[in-house]
Design a protein around this ligand. Structure first.
Ligand code: ADP
Ligand code: MG
Length: 288
């Protein structure tokens, strides 16, 4: 039977917007040693704004490059895609878009007006042997090509969440090791991670590489030390499932993420991770 105190713990957590899907996760939270965070949408707002539109080769204007990107990103739920559609701001004629294919961790491959368009990171360009320009400004960059010809890039900037720094500091004070995994570039990943005081930063990871990082950690830690992974669920559902405790952002996160997670933070605040561990500790105090 489940000790009554656990219901108290789960109830207390839910009052602070933390849904814990079972007493076993509340127990596991007591033994957490490693707290691994995804970056985009988890530590950052995932609300990007376009800061630079840079056509290359002179065959497209700025507005045309932005239109191309908005068409390419039309079907994507990624925060990057949303920011590009918002910047474009005009109606999209769905009939111009065919054969949409989102390549997780890379970007989009799609036909627009019958031409093959790629929209994504430098890894996607490398994969398709397209030579790209180095962006002038820091930030997440979406490179674009049409029928194998490089068209230019769009730079977008994200902001860290208000409570992200406090979230990391309180975990470190509790003796936890903090790690950030991101599919974004080393430059962006390290800038964000350092500003928050994260212990370890791993960038340019594909979704499967994030699972591998959790497995590596699993191999070196002692068996009773637990690993928490905190993500927004976009591209990281397998990681949520692989960690001892998978924590999803409930507001931004997809239904699949909420389904795969063991704990859901309804307010999207990363500082709620430390709060959940505190509640778990108090609950253990009552149960035993
Ligand atoms: P993170 O680990 O920061 O949450 P993701 O795994 O969601 O990032 O994505 C990793 C990288 O893949 C992004 O930084 C971006 O370069 C590229 N990418 C993913 N989805 C898209 C998209 N819809 N359009 C353009 N680029 C994308
Ligand atoms: Mg993400």
């Amino acid at each position: 039977s489940i000790p009554l105190g656990f219901f108290g713990g789960i109830g207390a957590a839910s009052k602070s917007g933390i849904l814990i899907k079972g007493s076993n996760y509340l127990e596991a939270l007591n033994d957490v040693k490693y707290v691994v965070f995804d970056k985009t949408g988890t530590l950052t707002k995932g609300a990007f704004t376009v800061t630079d539109i840079h056509p290359s080769g002179g065959w497209l204007g700025k507005e045309q490059l932005l239109e191309l990107a908005a068409y390419a990103e039309y079907h994507s739920t990624h925060p990057i895609a949303e920011s590009i559609r918002t910047a474009f701001g005009k109606e999209i004629d769905e009939e111009r878009i065919e054969r949409y294919n989102e390549i997780s961790g890379y970007g989009i491959q799609v036909n627009v007006d019958g031409k093959e368009v790629l929209a994504g990171n430098t890894k996607l360009m490398d994969k398709k042997s397209i030579t790209f320009e180095q962006p002038a400004q820091p930030g997440t960059t979406v490179h674009l090509s049409v029928d194998g010809q490089y068209a230019g890039y769009i730079t977008i900037a994200d902001e860290v969440k208000e409570d992200a720094k406090e979230a990391i500091q309180s975990l470190k004070q509790m003796g936890k090791k903090t790690i950030m995994l991101t599919g974004d570039s080393k430059a962006v990943g390290e800038a964000v991670g350092r500003s928050l005081g994260i212990d370890e930063i791993h960038a340019e990871l594909l979704p499967q590489n994030k699972v591998e990082e959790i497995e590596k950690l699993d191999g070196i830690k002692s068996p009773k030390e637990k690993i928490v992974f905190v993500g927004d669920g976009i591209n990281d559902t397998p990681v949520l499932a692989r960690a001892d405790v998978g924590v999803a952002m409930g507001g931004l996160g997809s239904d699949a993420a909420i389904e795969a997670a063991d704990v859901v933070i309804m307010t999207d605040e990363p500082s709620k991770v430390a709060a959940a561990i505190h509640i778990a500790k108090r609950t253990r105090g009552i149960v035993w």
